[in-house]
Write a protein that binds this ligand. Sequence first.
Ligand SMILES: *Cc1c(COP(=O)(O)O)cnc(C)c1O
Length: 479
Amino acid sequence: MRNNKNNILRQFPSMQTILKNPEVVRLTESFSYEFIKERLGDLIKLKKNEILNTIDSNDESGIPYDYYITVEFFTAKLKEDLSDFSFSLKRVINGTGVVVHTNLGRSILSKGAVDNISKISSSYSNLEFNLAEGERGKRYSHIEYLLKKIIKCEKAIVVNNNAAAVFMALSSFCSGRKKEVIVSRGELVEIGGSFRIPDIMRASGAVLVEVGATNKTRPEDYESNINENTALLLKVHQSNFRMIGFVHELSSKDIVSIGKKYRIPVMEDLGSGSFINLSRFGLPCEPTAQEVVNAGMDVVTFSGDKLLGGPQAGIIAGKKKYIDMLATNPLNRAFRIDKMTIASLEATLFEYLDMENAVKKIPTLSLIAQSEQDIKKKAKKFLNKLKKFEWKNKNLYNFKILEDLSIVGGGALPDYGLKTYALSITHKTMSADNLSKIFRGLNIPIIGKIKNAEFLLDMRTVLDIDFKDILYGLSIIDI
Ligand SMILES: *Cc1c(COP(=O)(O)O)cnc(C)c1O
């Protein structure tokens, strides 16, 4: 009786038999034995259930069960299953034109940074070892010397990210003492992903004293709220929004002079924290870390992976007295950075010893620095490749180059568009939404933007190495 359930189960090859098949053995070169066993177990279970849940002796296509319950069948199934396997975190192609895109991993690291991560993490290192003295050393020494040189600050430390930097600083200045921090109402910002200045303050134990109005804050607003509990004057970079019209904020210098007058420390959360004046790229001016330290801010914090173009990190630079105090906070241990971050940050900072070199070597800066002409050339080059490349469904697509605007992202210059060129991809029957979904589903997902019901790939953030993968992606789309 072929469709007797027990009889069918007995005909299944054993897991051990399948695992001994030379073709399966070969798979262990690419995947661990345990992983292969687990996937195979799932495949066998799935097939068993499928067969047991149908009573007939054939499946719907009329193929008899004998065909399925062979070593060859499961070997082929397993190979197919594993060839589709990819890690959850994968490379994607950024056609959004947002250079520092938080959802797409912010900054691309420089080659120097990537090589250094690989070198340092594949062997032992002097992470916390003083080679001259032969005794315990400091993990931050590898980056502090560069930060001091570039920013001209007295001291610097680095923690996991800028949110941690702000939190740790507030907790050091205020914790447990009901100490107050004065912030302008115009700077009580939310930086996506649940970083809100008022929430961070509450969590750190600081008491928030909001001063001024949303659009205008004057020196008197700070001064009239200073009392014996005031621990800090905080300036926060507005980052991801811009107020226009009837507005006034105090400059870093203004805050510094109020702090001096009342002998209260001052801190600025710079957010993006560039080392390079963006006006050289034709962008509006954003204060650099050097300028803010030079203005006399006691403590300045900023991200490592926004405009700086390095790894995720929160850099804290400023006066020795305060940085030393922050360094003793137990949170400094909790928020400490890994050797891979140090390796990559040291290599990134090293490029900044020569600013011209930094613009060439650090992808975030070079992507921003691309001229309209460069991008147009890149777009045309790619359009030519597309025209020459033949694939089955080519006649269903239409391509053209459009002028567009890209944005810096990472909370910098929210209202400023950089002139760019985008490749518009349209399909005879599919909507831009559908195209966008299909492109996202590719093995190397392609993320674009939709504008006027057209699917666009902004050529500013599409890299030369992406071209061949976009062509391949197009060629395997079945519609
Ligand atoms: C981005 C940003 C932060 C958070 O920085 P992370 O490095 O993402 O933790 C904090 N403050 C400002 C003003 C920012 O722009």
